[in-house]
Design a protein around this ligand. Structure first.
Ligand SMILES: Cc1cc2nc3c(=O)[nH]c(=O)nc-3n(C[C@H](O)[C@H](O)[C@H](O)COP(=O)(O)OP(=O)(O)OC[C@H]3O[C@@H](n4cnc5c(N)ncnc54)[C@H](O)[C@@H]3O)c2cc1C
Length: 468
């Protein structure tokens, strides 16, 4: 989220209201840290945990290969299940293993690049933030980026990570070819012409087809973007959304529950020189929204009124920077997240239902709902396969209960034809997923050829891919 407003929600009004009532009106206390698993597990093995803290395991073996041969050796000889981890930023159980945990941090950086075609070969362990700087040094940038840039390239591509823009597909759409180490067939180079069925099946592959060691990427020449953030009434933004998303290179908005307000964020190419940026205030804004939840959450009316009066004087903000610096943000307040990708025409109807459900039943929610657009592509397990998509992402503060995402939000998103983000919370298993993906069976046949013994499958992936 990039609302970038200092103290959006001024405390004074709510404090006065609570004080005047003369009672303790907080609906939440400061909240306790969720229980943490022990640092050492069975056999004195060291804990692995994901970013949000919901997934954990104690791998028997940790491998940090620095060559393709070492990757292949780890996946063929290491104790199963063999799971590759990027930055551990997925919310689901894709990574945990009691067998072998493989990190590609030792396979990082640009291998080569072509200044004419703006193509580059990049090792799969490269973090997106480091890649941005390295590509800029050779005059290239990725056409689009997700909300943060901490992910590894391999992890981001394997889960169909995306940014926003009606003409901007997810990151895996810029892959021209890739090298993948597989348990049964060794190391393969694949592209649209070489092993095309593996290319189509394994590009968004969840580390269940093999471990990708490098990608050839189609980038674009370095560009500067003008970013504009504006707070507007949600009712207006919902009406204008088709026009907003069509007018800008990248557009998204954050609907702020219980406030009637939304923050639109747009990016467009510009020749304007880069400007010194004011430090982003997103985390402060989130804390202010939380503060409002804590002190005024007992009354939707009061919460909305306080929010609107605090936001009414805020002016739109603009910044100009190189694309790779501007498209991603810092997210230092942890959360859990569910995101579904819907047919684009369903997006706003579904959002109205989600907002109504939250405002009727979940006064504890204070995180904004993120609304984005993604262009179609043809990877078999891409949630954007063959359809223009509009995504909705609902977040829960990491100290708060997030089960409502499954009970209240997921049924709405499914009813509108949503496909879940592979790296974010959802409850679907192979039975439901196979009905959402026209090439599901073809993809599973390829998976079976590459990993017939199921060495790459942890229990979560078995449910996700096989238990039909
Ligand atoms: C704060 C935050 C913000 C986010 N913002 C966005 C966003 O804007 N847009 C979006 O779409 N998603 C977003 N995500 C989700 C995130 O991009 C995905 O979950 C992504 O997979 C995380 O990358 P990672 O490197 O941490 O991968 P991990 O979580 O470590 O791994 C994810 C999957 O990729 C597999 N994998 C990793 N490396 C390889 C490889 N070399 N070969 C084959 N498989 C591999 C793993 O086995 C696993 O199945 C966000 C997540 C967080 C925590």
């Amino acid at each position: 989220m990039t609302i970038s407003r200092r103290k959006v929600l001024l405390a004074a009004g709510a404090t006065a209201a609570a004080g005047a009532a003369g009672v303790e009106l907080r609906i939440r206390s400061l909240g306790a840290e969720p229980p943490a698993p022990p640092l050492r597990g069975p056999g004195d093995r060291l804990l692995w945990r994901n970013w949000s803290g919901t997934e954990a395991s104690y791998p028997a073996l940790r491998a940090g290969p620095t060559s393709e041969d070492e990757v292949l050796s780890a996946i063929t000889t290491g104790p199963a299940p063999v799971r590759v981890v990027g930055a551990g930023h997925s919310f689901t159980g894709l990574v945990p293993t009691d067998g072998t945990l493989l990190s590609l941090d030792g396979l990082s950086g640009i291998v080569d690049h072509d200044p004419t075609s703006h193509q580059a070969t990049v090792l799969a362990g490269t973090r997106l933030g480091e890649l941005g700087a390295a590509l800029a040094a050779v005059g290239q940038c990725m056409p689009n980026l997700p909300d943060i840039n901490k992910q590894s390239l391999g992890g981001a591509i394997a889960t169909a990570t995306h940014g926003s823009g009606v003409n901007s597909p997810a990151l895996h759409a810029q892959v021209l070819s890739m090298r993948i180490a597989t348990p049964a067939l060794g190391i393969l180079e694949c592209s649209r012409t070489e092993h095309p069925e593996i290319f189509d099946a394994a590009r968004v592959g969840l580390g269940a087809f093999g471990v990708v060691t490098r990608y050839r990427l189609q980038n674009v020449p370095s560009i500067r973007l003008l970013k504009r953030v504006e707070l507007r009434p949600t009712a207006e933004v919902l009406e204008d959304w088709p026009s907003i998303r069509a007018r800008h290179r990248n557009a998204e908005f954050f609907a702020l529950p219980f406030t009637g307000m939304s923050a639109t964020v747009t990016h467009d190419e510009t020749d304007r020189p880069a400007e010194t940026r004011v430090a982003p205030q997103d985390s402060q804004v989130l804390l202010d929204l939380k503060w409002l939840r804590d002190w005024a959450g007992f009354s939707n009316w009061l919460r909305r009124r306080l929010a609107q009066s605090a936001m009414s004087s805020l002016k739109p903000e603009e910044s100009v920077e190189e694309a790779w610096k501007l498209l991603s943000n810092e997210r230092d307040i942890r959360f859990n997240e569910m995101e579904f990708h819907l047919p684009r025409e369903e997006q706003i109807t579904a959002l109205r239902e989600v907002l109504a459900a939250i405002e009727a039943r979940r006064p504890d929610v204070f995180f904004p709902i993120e609304v984005r657009s993604i262009a179609p592509d043809d990877a078999w397990l891409s949630p954007f396969h063959d359809r223009e998509s509009g995504s909705l992402a609902v977040h829960a503060y990491y100290k708060d209960d997030y089960k409502f995402l499954f009970e209240l939000i997921e049924p709405i998103l499914r009813r509108h034809g949503g496909r879940p983000h592979w790296g974010k919370l959802h409850s679907l298993t192979a039975r439901e997923l196979s009905a959402l993906y026209p090439r599901w069976k073809d993809a599973m046949d390829v998976r079976q050829t590459l990993d017939p013994a199921g060495r790459l499958l942890n229990p979560y992936l078995r449910r996700l891919l096989h238990d039909v």
